[in-house]
Design a protein around this ligand. Structure first.
Ligand SMILES: [Zn+2]
Length: 241
């Protein structure tokens, strides 16, 4: 009898551990998923036949803005910059230059903390404070939202849906892979080879000490233009959805 009870406890314990591990695995998958979330729209690319593409830059602003804007200007390309609230406060002049040059500005939270396992008031404050700061630098157009590291679980998508906002992600992220990130040429080649109509390219040029990403921008633009692509802001791309 005692042996049987022990066996039952052991089976219950093992089942519990397996269930916990499964729950953790599923949660992690949802946090990182590029295609699924519990509420609202999630955009990794726009489904269109047109050869259009969006260039998006995450984080900052930093002084690197002064290197990025002339490249875009020379190619007559409008990009979308997902800026961090507390960094706009550090570099308001750079943020203003982005807006004045006619690029789109998106909200990338105030602190760049992961918006996972955070309370609704915390999420609301992170997003609304940043909207306010973006307005204060003189930007008047639509503000899209992109979560730090693309991570989200339940409350962030819930909050965004309540506010009629989508989660804007990407389908091309060359900086993520060390083999691709090692030079401007490998970054550009990867993007040019993998771009599809409606793709959203994510680049991280704001803390780019080696300059690989910044130098890849012109190559990416020239390469995609020669394949017949035109560049759109995220808002313009979404209109084709
Ligand atoms: Zn980021």
């Amino acid at each position: 009898m005692r042996k049987l009870t022990m066996k039952k406890t052991l089976i219950a314990g093992i089942t519990g551990i397996i269930l916990l591990a499964l729950t953790a695995l599923i949660t992690l998958n949802i946090i990182n998923s590029r295609t699924f979330q519990f509420f609202g729209g999630i955009v990794t690319r726009v489904h269109t036949e047109e050869k259009v593409i969006a260039l998006t830059f995450d984080d900052g602003p930093t002084k690197k803005v002064d290197e990025i804007l002339p490249i875009l200007n020379a190619e007559n390309v409008k990009a979308t910059f997902f800026l961090i609230g507390n960094e706009i406060k550090q570099f308001p002049g750079e943020a203003r230059k982005i807006a004045l040059a006619g690029h789109e500005i998106g909200n990338h939270t105030y602190s760049h903390n992961r918006m996972v396992f955070k309370s609704l008031p915390y999420i609301k404050k992170e997003i609304e404070n940043t909207d306010k700061i973006i307005r204060e630098i003189g930007y008047n157009d639509t503000i899209h939202f992109r979560p730090p590291n693309g991570k989200k679980l339940i409350l962030l998508p819930y909050y965004l849906k309540q506010n009629n906002r989508k989660t804007i992600l990407w389908d091309l992220e060359p900086n993520t892979y060390p083999q691709i990130n090692k030079s401007a040429d490998t970054i550009a080649t990867y993007v040019i080879d993998h771009a599809k109509p409606g793709s959203i390219i994510l680049l991280h040029p704001m803390y780019d000490e080696k300059g690989n990403t910044i130098h890849s921008i012109k190559k990416i633009i020239k390469g995609l233009k020669s394949k017949g692509y035109t560049f759109k802001t995220v808002s313009e791309l979404l209109k084709l959805q």
